[in-house]
Design a protein around this ligand. Structure first.
Ligand SMILES: [Mn+2]
Length: 426
């Protein structure tokens, strides 16, 4: 399904008047406060978040999975789904492929399809957390860290194959997330496991094209419940430094123990020029993979405040690869992604409103109350009219969820694909 632009234009008409009124009101207020509204809107328009190829179908837990009707059953259909979200939101102009779940059969045609929908190929993701059909070696006891040289070599080769696939599509980065670790004390030698991991990552790094980067993700626990080899940002940072200047840390919001100060991690990594990518989701307890901004929107804002600070003040840090890494167990996956995109844009827009100079002054004067006032004044601003304006200017929907329903997207997908399709890899 491809959204008919004329139908979308017609649908927007219903909300045009109220949008304009709220935008004019907010625009005037921000203008009076000294903000450059046009510049903020340009920044919002430029902000694109990749959708992972595994997020278009219903997710599940180890207890079960409830499928969603009309799910995409091929890579083509997944890219079409991202095209639908991008047409409505104008902020998801990239796909992040998971290999081997989504290896293109025909590179040329998949590139043409993505191009026709204005979708770029972002980071490619390797998978050494499960055994693949016909694989000689098992990852049951680790991949890049395995005590078996043959298993390590198989995992290294897989990552090199993923780079090769990404290269044919125009990707420029490889994301490595390792499930390696141990379930019981004494099972694994911490030092040997880390040494093996470092040397395996260096072998992959050697195969990286010059204009590529390697993003190293960390996670404290799960699937292993006693130790994880790359458990935290410090370990990821250490490995990125050991590999070289094209290797970076990747922060996934859900990959932290409760109450970790993620904004501080973001800030320090950017100061060191080593924050390469970002995975958005939200959580209450662990790696819950919930809709972005659904549980802790203020934390998300504080993280964006540091990201904006870093983007302004840390030229040593590269442009970030942004991606939503969530799982949709009970919602329509496309509606869930639209909600996540909206939350990301909201947090970004609010962070752009923080008066960094005034904050610095207040910090210098040890005026703690004013510091909080400055942050919360930005956070409490309802920035939705700015996001609507950015979308509308680009031809998107004023209210993407409403448009999704008014244009009967899910009904059409079910009609086209049937009820019982299942997205690959889930
Ligand atoms: Mn992730």
């Amino acid at each position: 399904m491809i959204i008919n632009k004329e139908h979308l234009f017609e649908d927007n008409k219903k909300d045009l008047k109220s949008h304009k009124e709220s935008f004019d009101f907010l625009g005037l207020k921000l203008d009076n406060e000294g903000h450059d509204v046009a510049k903020i809107i340009t920044k919002l328009k430029d902000f694109q978040v990749a959708i992972p190829s595994w997020a278009l179908g219903a997710g599940g837990t180890r207890f079960g999975r409830y499928s969603f009707y009309g799910e995409p059953s091929s890579l083509d259909q997944k890219i079409e789904d991202i095209g639908i979200i991008h047409t409505l939101t104008q902020t998801s102009g990239a796909v992040s492929l998971h290999i081997p779940w989504d290896i293109p059969e025909d590179f040329k045609s998949i590139k043409e399809l993505a191009c026709s929908l204005n979708i770029k190929f972002d980071a490619v993701n390797s998978n050494t957390f499960q055994d693949q059909k016909g694989a000689k070696e098992s990852y049951k006891f680790g991949s890049l860290s395995n005590t078996s040289k043959a298993a390590r070599e198989q995992a290294i080769q897989h990552n090199l194959d993923v780079i090769n696939i990404g290269n044919k599509l125009g990707s420029k980065s490889l994301t490595v997330w390792l499930a390696d670790g141990s379930n019981f004390p004494g099972q694994s030698n911490f030092q040997t496991a880390l040494q093996h991991t470092e040397s395996s990552l260096k072998s992959i790094y050697k195969g990286l094209p010059d204009d590529w980067s390697m993003l190293i993700e960390y996670k404290p626990y799960e699937p292993n419940f006693y130790s994880t080899v790359i458990q935290d940002w410090g370990t990821s940072f250490m490995l990125a430094n050991a590999c070289g200047e094209k290797a970076y840390s990747l922060v996934d919001l859900g990959h932290h123990l409760p109450n970790t100060n993620i904004e501080q991690i973001v800030s320090i990594l950017m100061m060191k020029g080593k924050l390469g990518g970002f995975h958005f989701n939200d959580s209450k307890y662990g790696d819950d993979d919930l809709t972005v901004g659904s549980i802790k929107p203020y934390s998300l804002f504080l993280i964006f405040n540091e990201l904006v600070y870093g983007m302004r003040n840390n030229p040593q840090n590269p442009n970030l690869a942004w991606m939503i890494d969530a799982s949709h167990n009970i919602k329509d996956p496309l509606e869930d992604l639209i909600q996540s995109l909206e939350s990301i844009q909201e947090a970004y827009a609010k962070a752009l409103l923080v008066d960094q100079d005034a904050l610095k002054d207040a910090q210098m004067n040890h005026d703690v109350v004013t510091c909080q006032e400055i942050l919360q004044a930005a956070y409490r601003t309802d920035v939705r009219p700015l996001i609507e304006k950015a979308r509308l200017d680009l031809g998107g929907a004023i209210h993407p969820i409403k448009a999704f329903r008014n244009l009967k997207v899910r009904e059409t997908l079910i009609k086209e694909r049937g009820k019982n399709t299942v997205a690959t890899g889930l």
